[in-house]
Ligand binder design. Structure first.
Ligand code: SF4
Ligand code: SF4
Length: 87
């Protein structure tokens, strides 16, 4: 009896793909975006600090959570300390 219990090449690559996708999802959960609170005085200092252009202008500045890489540079320069990690 042969009883081939190995997996095909297709199944191997499919498993590899699913594993990588799961790792990406885990990584996404690990990266927490920063957010700007209503105390923002729209001074504009933070916007030039962001390496990924995640901050946009407005009456209250906003951070795009999908772009933010959690570096914290913006929070370090905010004069009213209204930027914090979005828990
Ligand atoms: S934490 Fe870094 S990446 Fe996120 S908005 Fe601030 S400067 Fe940009
Ligand atoms: S540095 Fe602070 S107060 Fe100034 S625009 Fe950015 S979030 Fe608002």
């Amino acid at each position: 009896m042969d009883g081939n219990k190995g997996i095909t090449k297709f199944e191997f690559y499919l498993n590899l793909l699913l594993l990588r996708k799961r790792r990406c999802l885990t990584l996404k959960i690990a990266i927490m975006a920063y957010k700007i609170s209503e105390e923002c005085i729209a001074c504009g200092i933070c916007i030039d600090e962001c390496p990924v252009d995640a901050i946009s202008e407005g009456g209250i500045y906003k951070i795009d959570a999908d772009l933010c890489t959690d570096c914290g540079s913006c929070a370090e320069v905010c004069p009213v300390e209204c930027i914090s990690i979005d828990e």
